[in-house]
Write a protein that binds this ligand. Structure first.
Ligand SMILES: Cc1cc2nc3c(=O)[nH]c(=O)nc-3n(C[C@H](O)[C@H](O)[C@H](O)COP(=O)(O)OP(=O)(O)OC[C@H]3O[C@@H](n4cnc5c(N)ncnc54)[C@H](O)[C@@H]3O)c2cc1C
Length: 393
């Protein structure tokens, strides 16, 4: 058992650190230490320039083959890259690329890979995920959006909901029912639809923090060429679960949590012995978060070790997602306790010191973490049935 880098990985980590120091850190709009618990403000132009630089190195999807724009790296090298970029607060990927990209790589035809992967890496095409529907979230296989074959096209009618980034997306990867008479998991197909097609409407949904992230999307007789189907007709459920496994394998979350716990520690240290010192009970609470973060890191190592052996984590991805998202919420609650009233400022621009903290913002933004990509209850069901072999409830 070995949790340290090999010599090669340590050299690679150093290379990435130097690259980040030269290309990202320099000229930051806001230094992280100036905004101890909030996200660093990021200028859109700089983010684009940075992602273009990453893309030119093949570092946006480093484990993809070079012929699709990757860098032929091992999953472990990719993990180190992700740890270092996330740790530095640098963007790592394009919208939904980590979900749809690997799915096309695994289940798509060569023609589909060549058509879609490079434009996605270059940021020429942004994607969104059309899975959930008003009556079909946890019970996703009950979805009702219909795709009816008409010559070389499918004609799609129906509605999706909670579609993150649909208002900025050029394409949507979606699940639609192609055989209404088959058992529900066996009548679904996985389609790629151009969002510029006629008769698609996107309506915004504003979240608790007042931010526009997700949307409702409506389809009225939208035509999708049959060649844009990923995998076999009526076998789309199994393609879709691969997408979900990739979504739940997110190993960058724990890097952010670790950073946040570290900053909270510094916050407490800076106040030790002063009038604004933090009560002992909250110090204990922060200690619990630090221990849980160490556990979460081990879960992410397990996900990566399965990927390194060429597998797609399933139950392990659910454990990682469930534990990480619940921990994120606990850390944000701890931040609220530690920072008290100073953490309540919603718009800290122009404020000084501890008033820039934005703990309340982070607290609200973490509420959906245990819902998105399948709720904690659904992850527990997966772990119970596929992991522990327990009967269905
Ligand atoms: C921030 C955010 C972004 C999202 N982005 C997208 C996106 O881009 N694309 C997309 O397709 N979807 C997206 N979603 C939707 C997300 O996948 C669903 O919200 C989620 O799967 C839950 O479905 P639901 O909202 O219909 O809740 P429901 O399925 O109605 O669940 C309601 C409650 O019942 C519980 N429950 C349901 N079934 C069971 C069961 N069998 N056992 C135990 N408890 C159960 C659930 O855990 C939950 O607490 C997003 C959601 C959020 C919060």
């Amino acid at each position: 058992m070995r949790f340290t880098d090999t010599t090669d990985l340590a050299t690679w980590r150093q290379t990435v650190r130097e690259f980040v120091a030269t290309n990202w850190k320099r000229g930051r709009v806001i230094d992280e230490d100036d905004n101890p618990l909030g996200e660093a403000q990021q200028d859109e132009g700089r983010v684009k320039e940075w992602l273009d630089t990453l893309g030119n190195n093949g570092w946006i999807a480093p484990a993809w083959p070079k012929k699709y724009g990757g860098a032929d790296m091992s999953p472990l090298e990719q993990f180190v890259l992700s740890q270092e970029l996330t740790g530095a607060g640098a963007p790592t990927s394009r919208q939904m690329l980590n979900l749809v990209g690997p799915t096309i790589m695994l289940h798509g035809t060569e023609e589909q890979r060549l058509e879609h992967l490079r434009p996605m890496l270059k940021g020429e095409v942004a994607w969104c995920q059309g899975f959930s529907e008003p009556g079909s979230g946890s019970d996703l296989a009950s979805l009702q959006t219909r795709a009816v074959r008409d010559g070389d096209d499918y004609v799609v009618n129906g509605q999706k909901i909670w579609t993150s980034g649909a208002h900025r997306a050029d394409w949507i990867f979606m699940l639609a029912r192609t055989d209404p008479d088959a058992p529900k998991h066996r009548g679904i197909s996985y389609l790629l639809m151009n969002m510029k097609s006629p008769s698609i409407s996107v309506r915004p949904l504003i979240n608790l923090a007042g931010t526009h992230i997700f949307n409702e999307v409506f389809f009225e007789d939208v035509r999708v060429p049959v060649r844009n189907r990923i995998g076999e007709e009526n076998r789309g459920w199994y393609v879709g679960t691969t997408t979900l496994d990739f979504e739940r394998s997110n190993v960058a979350r724990v890097v952010n949590i670790k950073k946040q716990v570290g900053r909270l520690g510094r916050y407490v240290q800076a106040r030790a012995g002063s009038d604004s010192g933090v009560p002992a009970a909250y110090r204990m609470e922060l200690t619990d978060r630090a221990v849980e973060t160490a556990v979460c890191e081990l879960l992410s190592f397990e996900v990566v070790s399965i990927q390194a052996r060429g597998g797609v984590p399933n139950m392990e991805a659910s454990m990682n997602k469930m534990f990480g998202s619940e921990l994120q919420q606990r850390v944000d609650a701890t931040a609220m306790h530690l920072t008290g009233l100073a953490g309540q400022f919603r718009e800290p621009a122009g404020l000084e010191g501890e008033h820039r903290i934005r703990a309340a913002n982070n607290y609200m933004l973490s509420v959906p973490a245990t819902i998105a990509a399948g709720t904690s209850e659904i992850q527990r069901n997966i772990i119970a049935t596929r992991g522990l072999g327990l009967p269905r409830g």
